[in-house]
Design a protein around this ligand. Structure first.
Ligand code: ADP
Length: 478
């Protein structure tokens, strides 16, 4: 399934290359076609202006004649420049040629068969120009009008290969220029896509290694683009996975170790009862009592482990409006027998109206664990003070004791799982090293903060603060 998902259906490189090649072809075509068309149009309009101007000069010169004859037309045409055209032709009003520069008057006497001449005799000025790849072939004709009557027509034709040559030169230079440019663009696109997809492929390979369990895998974040960002995110994510996996592994191994000790005691005690044939009932009862106390320790430990694993899972815990004062009072009441037994005085200063939105059982766990530790790690005739108040828009709870205190170097570790400052004392007090971890996780889960500091005059002070619950009946009130 996972392999199917990873199969690349469309290569980014190929898609990118295809799009870029299409783009290059279109650009090259435009670069070749557009300038050629525009320069051709420019030549057409220049020719029109100049040829129409010149034919008009000739027809105006001829219009002073009453009638057009071979002689008077020839004498007028001597005065104008006819040599710059391939052919200059003058007809009378019936279309009969009376002057022709082509092959020394080859067509004189015959009828001119050019459509431009017919249009000119009908009274229009006509201009035609076409480009056949080798030259511009232009034709223009205009009527000769004298006293309001058309007495003939003048026709000019020109075959211009020099302009065509110029345009062909531009065209071929544009072609070579666009070919070089396209080749450079293709090379650049290939290099960029190879570099880009190479880095993505490297990332995919690293992901596969992590999926296979190699959490040491890191990628080299080269450059400073989105792929670099992806590589950095990947590295951060892998570090997180590695840390989580490592802490899970350590947790499982610590938990197994903690469970093994009471189980070994139970096994040893029960084996002794089974194997000893003449054990007195009193000794047997004593062993059974020890077994019961070890079983109780196991039960407490598994309950705490379950609690931690519940808080670890992302399952939402039901939340309600919790009166912290009521929970603190209940806790103090439940701890009274232990406090009496240890000769520790528990006092409270609990303000009214300190409500938070949380899971009541979690809040009870927090207060109970802190207060129980304050009693457990206290000295005979010592005291514990629980204070609850509102400050700077937060609900604050402090638990302080006059006990043995926590050495400065152990303070950063006391919230770690299975951490105990004095292992022997913790065990003797029935501790597991999980109480403060549960407190820490529960506080964080409910958006709170916890801090720990030595108390002036000896002992320890824990301070927990939470955002207050919204006013009753207000938004978010459960
Ligand atoms: P435990 O089950 O051992 O009490 P905790 O997680 O509750 O585990 O506490 C961790 C360690 O921190 C304890 O073993 C103890 O050494 C120390 N500790 C906790 N609270 C106090 C306190 N109020 N005074 C002195 N030491 C404390």
């Amino acid at each position: 399934m996972a392999h199917e998902r990873l199969k690349i259906r469309y290569s980014v490189r190929q898609t990118f290359l295809t799009i870029m090649l299409l783009f290059i072809v279109i650009m090259a075509a435009l670069l070749n076609i557009y300038p050629t068309i525009s320069s051709r149009d420019l030549v057409f309009s220049t020719k029109q202006t100049s040829m129409v101007g010149q034919v008009t000069v000739m027809s105006t010169s001829l219009s002073v004649l009453e009638t057009l004859t071979e002689e008077n037309v020839a004498s007028v045409m001597e005065l104008v420049d006819v040599n710059s055209f391939d052919r200059v032709l003058v007809t009378d009003n019936s279309g009969c040629v009376i002057y022709d520069t082509w092959e020394e008057g080859a067509a004189v006497g015959s009828t001119a068969l050019f459509s431009e001449v017919f249009s000119a005799l009908a009274g229009s000025v006509v201009f035609n120009c076409r480009y056949d790849g080798d030259a511009f072939i232009s034709r223009v004709a205009t009527p000769v009008v004298a006293s309001g009557e058309t007495i003939g027509a003048v026709y000019l034709s020109e075959y211009d290969s020099s302009q065509a040559l110029l345009i062909a030169g531009i065209q071929s230079r544009l072609l070579s220029f666009s070919l070089i440019l396209s080749a450079l663009a293709v090379v650049a696109v290939v290099i960029i896509t190879t570099f880009l997809t190479g880095r993505i492929r490297e990332l995919v390979r690293a992901m596969r290694r992590v999926r296979g369990g190699d959490y040491d895998t890191r990628t080299e974040p080269r450059g400073c683009d989105e792929v670099t960002e992806l590589a950095e995110e990947f590295n951060d994510m892998t570090v997180k996975i590695q840390n989580t996996t490592e802490s899970r592994r350590r947790f499982v191994s610590d938990a197994s170790h903690e469970l093994r000790t009471p189980l070994a005691s139970i096994r040893l005690l029960s084996d002794s009862i089974v194997q000893s044939e003449d054990m007195s009932p009193d000794t047997a009862r004593e062993f059974a009592a020890d077994i019961s106390s070890e079983a109780e320790r196991l039960q407490r430990l598994t309950e705490k482990l379950l609690k931690l694993s519940r808080m670890d899972s992302s399952a939402e815990t039901p939340r309600e409006r919790v009166d912290v004062k009521a929970v603190a009072e209940r806790t103090v009441h439940l701890l009274a027998p232990l406090a009496n037994q240890r000769d520790v005085r528990v006092t409270t200063q609990l303000a009214e109206g300190c409500f938070i939105t949380a899971n009541e059982d979690d809040i009870y766990q927090i207060i109970f664990n802190l207060a129980e530790n304050a009693v457990k790690y206290n000295v005979p005739s010592g005291s514990v003070l629980l204070r609850l108040y509102a400050q700077d828009g937060r609900v604050v709870l402090t638990v302080e004791d006059t006990g043995i205190g926590i050495p400065e170097e152990d303070l950063p570790n006391v919230f770690s799982r299975f951490y105990r400052v004095d292992k022997a004392r913790s065990r003797a007090a029935g501790g597991s090293g999980l109480g403060l971890s549960i407190v820490h996780d529960a506080v964080t889960l409910h958006g709170g903060e916890i801090s720990i500091a030595p108390r002036e005059g000896g002992g320890t002070r824990f301070t927990v603060s939470f955002p207050p619950a919204p006013p009753e009946g207000g938004e978010g009130d459960a």
